[in-house]
Ligand binder design. Structure first.
Ligand code: GLC
Ligand code: CA
Length: 556
């Protein structure tokens, strides 16, 4: 067992646009973040992952970067950044910044040059291709609807964009591009950041020749750019050129479509690539043919199977990231819990799971308050490019049923997570004195940080306790994992073990009472309560679990 700070850390994700506005323009900013660091310290987290803070025209809220060394004007200045970083470090909070280098903005100077002519020195920074029979070079689709290719009249060629047409894909085959990326990483490391979250890190390498993709799925072409042929070579190189220079650096790759086999390489224990990756199986299991707006019902047994598989199969070989929500996912309590009657109980139950598994837990802003999905009156209220494009593509220009698509958006749409932080019950939840860039969730009057901090039984205080316990007991971090009663459709039951120290976790995923029977294989000499979201003592025995009850015991 190789100990590392980032294995023991709890990471808190900040989506700067929606965290705290400091100047009344309705947009969160860096000074706003700095003003809320005491709150994060009180919660007890160890590191912040900051969604992109770079200069950007905001076609995709900063995931389209036009200057990798500049600060988004709406967020403030480099001085504001330095101050924020310094204040974090003073409080013992490390800073992980987002690095978006599968693509840049089309307004980045590289692309502005690149599109000028076929012989421009920056031409090969991007993926340009001739059309085929007067059409796109292949059948790949953009993850934000439509073709993944955009025609550029100026040079009579197409460029690839797996995301929006304002996010042209960088050409990772070009070693000059890779060196540019390593320089950018050095720049921020030298400024003092503690690592990176690498955006769509599994997509840098594309199959040579860019062949057509299979058409039985929503993201056509995916098999030619997910975990592509040179991807591990690229990460090995990045590791040698960057990671190896900075001893304590943490890297986490966003790797949708990653398999256990691939993750063992990306997040290998020998430290040859990244520290860890985000797997996506548990957040995409409901997608039919990979289409996020076409969903099958949730199935707990299947969900458990996925979670447990990642726990056992990476054991000793690679390190997990643990998450239920982020800026691309809906609110966890609305998705897997009950955001009405049992909001508190179910939110606590869900994070009991995340915080008692092997891997590094991530808490997305507002999850510690049990913030919920939003319900808007009209499609016009949504700002997310993925939602807007899907609507135009399927309803305005297609024949999708608007009510059905709206239902899917309300369940899974990204804006659910992007509504501004709910700090208190004053106008706009204390997020801004102006007009929020994205409409607030109306429930900020009841669900907010001030209320949560005042209530000793709140989700906030429970999360605080979960973090403290994890810091205290190595078994929660490093212990090996074993699941019981796998076919149980209502309960998730597992143990963790590190040497003599053992932990049993029992989670009721339903709003009904459920009978728990202590597995026969488990022998107990002595036990004590680790945490629970209801009144409980430390006696490990058969019992009736209350709605969304979660209990974790320590035992020997
Ligand atoms: C990642 C980001 C998402 C963004 C996309 C394109 O999935 O998390 O927000 O839209 O990459 O950069
Ligand atoms: Ca602002």
């Amino acid at each position: 067992m190789d100990k590392k700070w980032w294995k023991e850390a709890v990471v808190y994700q900040i989506y700067p646009r929606s965290f705290q506005d400091s100047n009344g323009d309705g947009i969160g900013d860096l000074k706003g973040i700095t003003s809320r660091l005491d709150y994060l310290q009180e919660l007890g987290i160890d590191a912040v992952w900051l969604s992109p803070h770079y200069k950007s025209p905001n076609d995709d809220n900063g995931y389209d970067i036009s200057d990798y060394r500049g600060i988004m004007e709406e967020f403030g200045t480099m001085e504001d950044f330095d101050e924020m970083q310094e204040e974090m470090h003073k409080r013992g909070i490390r800073l992980i910044v987002d690095l978006v280098v599968n693509h840049s903005s089309d307004e980045h100077k590289w692309f502005v040059e690149s599109r000028k002519s076929k012989d421009n020195p920056y031409r090969d920074y991007y993926m340009w291709s001739d059309g085929k029979d007067g059409k796109e070079p292949n059948n790949w689709t953009s993850r934000f609807s439509g073709s993944a290719w955009e025609y550029d009249e100026n040079t009579d060629q197409y460029y690839l964009h797996i995301f929006s047409k304002k996010q042209p894909d960088l050409n990772w085959e070009n070693p000059v591009v890779r060196d540019e990326v390593y320089d950018i990483m050095d720049f921020w490391m030298q400024k003092g950041v503690d690592g990176f979250r690498l955006d769509v890190a599994s997509m840098y390498s594309k199959t040579p020749g860019l062949p057509d993709g299979k058409t039985d799925r929503a993201n056509i072409g995916e098999e030619h750019y997910q975990n592509g042929p040179r991807i591990h070579e690229f990460f090995n190189e990045m590791n040698q050129k960057v990671m190896s220079k900075y001893k304590d650096m943490m890297t986490v790759g966003e790797t949708s479509a990653v398999t256990v086999e691939e993750a063992k390489k990306y997040a290998a224990a020998d430290g040859s690539e990244m520290s860890m990756v985000f797997q996506f199986e548990h957040v995409t299991m409901e997608y039919i043919n990979g289409d996020k707006f076409n969903l099958r019902p949730f199935d707990l047994v299947a969900f458990k199977k996925i979670m447990s598989k990642w726990q056992t199969e990476l054991e000793g070989l690679a390190w997990n990231s643990l998450y239920l929500a982020n800026h691309d996912q809906p609110r966890s309590v609305s998705r897997w819990g009950d955001d009405k009657k049992y909001r508190k109980e179910s939110a606590k139950m869900l994070y009991t799971m995340i915080m008692t598994m092997q891997g590094t837990p991530y808490i997305y802003q507002g999850e510690e308050l049990g913030m919920t999905n939003v319900k808007y009156d009209s499609i016009e209220d949504y700002q997310d490019i993925q939602i807007r494009n899907a609507w135009d593509d399927r309803v305005v220009n297609g024949n999708a049923n608007p009510d059905e698509l709206m239902k899917a958006i309300e369940y899974i749409g990204r804006d659910n997570a992007r509504t501004p932080m709910q700090w208190d019950d004053s106008a706009n939840g204390g997020f801004t004195t102006g007009k929020p860039w994205l409409k607030m969730n109306e429930n900020y009057r009841e669900i907010n940080a001030a209320e949560s901090r005042a209530d000793s039984d709140s989700i906030f205080h429970y999360m605080q306790k979960l973090i403290q316990q994890r810091h205290k007991y190595d078994v929660a971090v490093y212990g090996s994992f074993c699941e019981y009663d796998k076919e149980n459709p209502d309960l998730y039951v597992y143990t963790r073990q590190l040497g003599e120290q053992k932990m049993l976790v029992v989670l009721n995923f339903t709003k009904e009472e459920q009978k728990f029977t202590l597995p026969k294989e488990i022998e107990v000499k002595k036990s004590e309560l680790y945490i629970s979201n209801y009144e409980n003592d430390g006696t490990m025995e058969d019992k009736m679990l209350r709605p969304y009850e979660a209990i974790a015991y320590l035992y020997v």
